[in-house]
Design a protein around this ligand. Structure first.
Ligand code: NDP
Length: 323
């Protein structure tokens, strides 16, 4: 089978399209014939070495496909089942052996490409809006990179929970996309002072929560956008990592809460995975949630997919298909 291997961390040119053996499912695993794999910023961090993996490795940690074979002791799944998963490395490939405890069944009617593109950012948006800072009617959330993969889903879920959403982004075209997803207000943070704009929009009160995937360029100003006792959620670093923080800053800016959450700790039990994936896939099936797949690339063209994601030009989701 073909797979994308990393032998040295570095730029997109380190993504090698190679022939490797089809994996054998170990006990508790299923062999999934992959229909599509999601491209995520975490893949960039693993490719560059910001997040470390033992070398060599097959990149990618989100996919959907059809079960072809089962390892010993598997119950609840059968060959032919349509499944999706995330948080298991090795998804940029034609096949993957995946622990069945990480698999969810994809309802008929949901395209496998859409399911592949939904799992990681969709369940992230779910835990951020339902668990990290559970939004309710009357809350106001500031969502950075609101037209991005995670951003568009956070906007939709926040609106469904009754919150007001202020989204930031770099271009007017992205602002239009975020407004279409439900954002009440948009700020072009590349040309406008987003802190001043947030204060204007909230009549100086500040927002209840900031969901910040951008990191270096937005973190400190975001803290200034919060109401007293509001919550700063830094969950990514598309502009670079956030530096060290003095906890006294949180006291000075209004007894704030700060968290740096990650998906793996929010789908660690079968119950939590079933809850989040169920809400996500049912939302897609019923048409309440829209997964914006911006572009599909052949697996062999993965280098271009990474270049596009890092270039800041993309909105929504990028996916790879093996054929
Ligand atoms: P996006 O689709 O949001 O792409 C990144 C976006 O960030 C860009 O489109 C761009 O939007 C914005 N951005 C701002 N500054 C830069 C910059 N200097 N370079 C590139 N992009 C920039 O990506 P994802 O949704 O896949 O991920 C966003 C972040 O969230 C990543 O850091 C990712 O690792 C993290 N993440 C964390 C998770 C967790 O559980 N902790 C789970 C999922 C994602 P614009 O042009 O509008 O500024």
């Amino acid at each position: 089978m073909k797979a994308i291997l990393v032998h040295h961390t570095g730029g997109p040119e380190e993504l090698n399209y190679e022939e490797v053996d089809i994996p054998k499912p170990a006990p508790g695993q299923a062999l999934v014939k992959i229909a599509a794999s999601g491209v995520n910023f975490i893949d960039v961090y693993q490719r560059t070495g910001l997040y470390k993996l033992p070398i060599p490795f097959t990149l990618g940690q989100e996919a959907a496909g059809v079960i072809e074979a089962l390892g010993e002791g598997v119950t609840g799944f059968a060959a032919g089942d349509r499944v999706a998963y995330t948080s298991v490395v090795g998804a940029y490939a034609e096949y993957a052996a995946v622990p069945t405890k990480m698999l969810v069944k994809v309802p008929e009617g949901i395209d496998l490409t859409v399911a592949a593109g939904a799992m990681l950012q969709g369940m992230t948006a779910h835990y951020l809006t339902h668990s990290t800072f559970p939004l309710k009617k009357g809350d106001t959330a500031l969502v950075h990179a609101a037209a991005g993969g995670a951003g568009l889903l956070i906007v939709q879920m926040a609106k469904a929970l009754g919150a007001k959403v202020i989204g930031t982004m770099s271009t007017e075209a992205k602002a239009a996309t975020a407004r279409k997803a439900g954002a009440d207000e948009t700020i072009l943070y590349t040309t406008q002072d987003f802190e001043a704009e947030v204060k204007r929009i909230t009549d100086g009160k500040g927002v209840d929560v900031v969901y910040d995937s951008v990191g270096a360029t937005t973190f400190l100003k975001s803290i200034n956008c919060l109401r007293p006792r509001g919550m700063m959620v830094t969950f990514g670093q598309s502009s670079g990592p956030v530096g060290p923080i003095d906890p006294l800053l949180l006291s000075q800016r209004g007894s704030l809460f700060l968290t740096r959450p990650t998906l793996a700790f929010h789908i660690a039990t079968p119950e939590e995975l079933a809850w989040r994936a169920g809400d996500l896939l049912n939302g897609i099936a019923s048409g309440k949630l829209n997964i914006h797949i911006e572009k599909t690339y052949k697996l062999a063209n993965v280098q271009q997919a990474h270049r596009d994601l890092e270039s800041r030009k993309t909105t929504g989701k990028l996916v790879l298909t093996p054929q």
